[in-house]
Design a protein around this ligand. Structure first.
Ligand code: NAD
Ligand code: UDP
Length: 338
């Protein structure tokens, strides 16, 4: 059974391709490689023994995208990861972010509708909740106005999918709202490939531990949290990848209750930045040189998921302990070297 994976050479996409293949599904990756590397296919093949089909296409190229769907009309579902995702860059380049992320989605949906590929899993984000008033956030928690153009593309994308599903009753979709994906495949054959100076905590931390960066800045210890540093729900990337396989089966087997559903994909547990550093040191025996500095503009204080709905409805839950996730991230960093 063929599944189209857009953005499949990216960080979360590549881990999901592995889980799909290990589940016996056939994968076709579409990616323009704007933020990934073709060698990721070697890593996937190294893990599963199967090299996924790959096509280099820019999803903002509508004729090329429609042609792709015409050739893959036998596919049963699409997992749409492809998007630009750097929050800070999106503030500096809003038009580029809206153009890429929204046109890519609309071209995918057009291709699906035109060629009868009826099932979609979409990568959304807990960013749609902003700083929620009540924690943890459930799927009923109201979405807040997005704090960045990137975040707004997720809100708008969810709305585009919801509105289309209202009139295309033969189509089905699930949006997965990821919390903070971290870690790497335990084989260390695939992982996150940050370009330039990382913005996210874990790649910055592992690069500091590896001596590539001198010091990790902890952005603030004066928040209203137990140790003063911000709280997040860090989800292992392999656990996250498995949620996509579960979502795909829910759609293919018609177990979805509505033709547009959305789920929180997190662990349900909050960890502070300082707790992450301690867990990393425990897991690896490597000390992290860090310094508490001022807050980062735009950061929210705390967010974590209520995963009851995802756990009960999808029959999925996060499994990998945080130390193991951080040890995998460290193994991947060591493989990348300096
Ligand atoms: P990533 O950058 O590693 O992967 C995205 C892939 O999409 C890249 O391989 C890139 O080359 C491709 N791409 C981008 N624009 C494209 C286009 N126009 N045509 C074809 N390919 C294109 O990012 P990721 O971390 O794997 O994220 C995957 C998805 O999950 C994204 O939609 C992202 O917004 C979402 N998400 C990520 C996080 C996170 O922290 N990583 C959190 C929540 C949601
Ligand atoms: N963070 C930090 N130093 C860094 C990068 C991030 O202290 O160099 C903190 C950041 O303030 C936030 C948490 O780590 O509280 C997670 O940040 P990340 O950018 O990874 O994810 P997001 O802000 O999107 O939740």
């Amino acid at each position: 059974m063929k599944i189209i994976v857009t953005g499949g050479t990216g960080y979360i996409g590549s881990h999901t391709v592995v889980e799909l293949q290990q589940d016996g599904l056939e994968v076709v990756i579409l990616d323009n490689l704007v933020n990934s590397n073709i060698e990721v296919l070697d890593g996937i093949e190294g893990i599963t023994g199967i090299r996924p089909a790959f096509e280099k296409i820019d999803l903002t190229d509508r004729p090329a995208t429609l042609d792709f769907f015409a050739r893959h009309r036998d596919a049963k579902a699409v997992i749409h990861f492809a998007a630009l995702k750097a929050v800070g860059e999106s503030v500096a380049k809003p038009l580029e972010y809206y153009y890429n992320n929204l046109n890519a989605l609309m071209n995918v949906l057009s291709g699906m509708r035109q060629y009868g590929v009826h099932n979609l899993v979409f990568s959304s984000s807990c960013t749609v909740y902003g700083q929620a008033d009540v924690l943890p956030v459930t799927e009923q928690t109201p979405r807040h106005e997005a704090e960045s153009p990137y975040g707004n593309t997720k809100v708008m994308s969810e709305d585009i999918i919801r509105d289309l599903m209202k009139v295309q009753s033969e189509m089905n979709s699930i949006a997965l709202r990821y919390f903070n994906p971290i870690g790497a495949h335990p084989s260390a054959l695939i992982g996150e490939l940050p370009v330039g100076i990382p913005n996210n905590l874990i790649p910055y931390l592992t690069q500091t531990a590896a001596g590539i960066r001198e010091q990790l800045s902890v952005f603030g210890d004066d928040y209203n949290t137990p140790d003063g540093s911000p709280l997040r729900d860090y989800i292992d990337v392999v656990d996250l990848a498995k949620a996509h396989v579960v979502a795909i089966h829910r759609l293919l087997e018609g177990r979805n209750k509505k033709n547009y559903e959305y789920f929180n994909i997190g662990t349900g547990h909050a960890l502070s930045v300082l707790e992450i550093i301690q867990a990393f040191e425990r897991a690896t025996g490597v000390k992290v040189n860090y310094k508490i500095v001022g807050r980062r503009a735009g950061d929210i204080e705390k967010v974590w998921a209520d995963t009851t709905f995802a756990n009960n409805e999808l029959g999925w839950s996060a499994k990998v302990p945080i130390e193991e996730t951080l040890a995998n991230a460290w193994r991947w960093q060591q493989r990348l070297g300096k």
